[in-house]
Design a protein around this ligand. Structure first.
Ligand SMILES: C[S@@+](CC[C@H](N)C(=O)[O-])C[C@H]1O[C@@H](n2cnc3c(N)ncnc32)[C@H](O)[C@@H]1O
Length: 285
């Protein structure tokens, strides 16, 4: 086979895969076309601050391909990081747990296993399509807590004070317009002495790891997202990471807000991090 024939076959394969991926997006939603945000939404950062409506539209749009991309791009490792995150916020049997920015629900489902049938879990997100997807792909079992999926904003949580024993947030804090307000909300709804664990990308301090991260995002993440028709949306990760505080800055922010303790753990060679927070115990509240 000559080069020209090989290129023709490759083009054919690409257009077939694009067709099947776009069909997958449309079939997955089974909803009115008018409700689906437009294709190729622009990155959602203005003057270093994520724009709420643009971020919401972005996550509504990528809901059907989000899990598949996460699996492919992290080689499944995001499940390990999420399990570590859940362990760090110490959910116990019977606990009431909240997963903020739950997306398709991975962390909420892990919490539901940990708190068991006597516990309760709420998954909160402002993107309706993510919640629909989470609900559709969650199978309740007799040994896991029921999960309630709630549409809400991470910067104005629709809960009374001191409600939750454990809180998780995965890849959400980087997307909120005001990180301090979101942390204040977490502090407000946690019970005294309770813990939150917040997983997100992190900018590594070593220059070799920084270069590796940039290469990973530019050469792997964005092209893989392109194959699924969501390239512009994944190009958003890099600029959102540039305005995101480092682990140490997150710790300082959390302590200023009034958390009793705040520790940031770097994982994946510093390319990811988990911020673990605890509210003051009741005796010193
Ligand atoms: C990158 S996804 C992470 C999903 C999931 N936590 C995970 O780790 O797979 C970020 C999620 O945060 C949600 N989100 C972003 N800003 C939000 C806000 N202000 N309030 C509620 N949800 C928000 C998005 O809709 C999206 O589902």
């Amino acid at each position: 086979m000559n080069e020209k024939q090989k290129r023709a076959i490759a083009r054919e394969k690409l257009s077939l895969s694009e067709f099947s991926n776009h069909s997958k997006i449309n079939a997955a939603f089974e909803r009115d076309q008018n409700e689906v945000p437009t294709m190729g939404a622009a990155p959602a950062i203005r003057d270093g601050i994520p724009e709420t409506e643009a971020v919401k539209a972005l996550f509504n749009r990528i809901a059907p391909v989000y899990d598949e991309l996460n699996d492919r791009l992290s080689l499944g490792l995001h499940h390990v990081w999420k399990q570590m995150t859940v362990s760090w916020c110490q959910p116990f049997p019977g606990a009431i747990a909240l997963d903020i920015c739950c997306g398709s629900g991975d962390l909420a489902r892990l919490l539901a296993k940990q708190v068991g049938a006597s516990g309760q879990v709420i998954g909160l997100d402002f993107a309706r399509s993510q919640l629909d997807w989470a609900q559709k792909t969650t199978t309740p079992t007799p040994s896991t807590a029921p999960i309630t999926w709630i549409e809400g904003d991470a910067t104005a949580l629709p809960f009374d004070d001191s409600q939750f024993d454990s809180i998780t947030m995965g890849y959400g804090l980087r997307n909120v317009p005001d990180i301090a307000i979101s942390l204040q909300e977490i502090s407000r709804v946690l019970k005294p002495g309770a813990k939150a664990a917040i997983l997100d990308f992190h900018r590594p301090s070593w220059s070799i790891m920084q270069a590796l991260q940039r290469t990973y995002l530019d050469q792997l993440v964005v092209p893989a997202a392109h194959q699924l028709g969501v390239e512009a949306e994944y190009a958003y990760i890099w600029p959102s990471l540039q305005r995101f505080p480092t682990g140490q800055q997150q710790v300082e922010l959390a302590l200023n807000i009034g958390f009793y303790s705040a520790v940031h753990y770097e994982i994946a060679g510093g390319m990811m991090g988990v911020l673990v927070l605890q509210t003051p115990p009741s005796s010193i509240c």
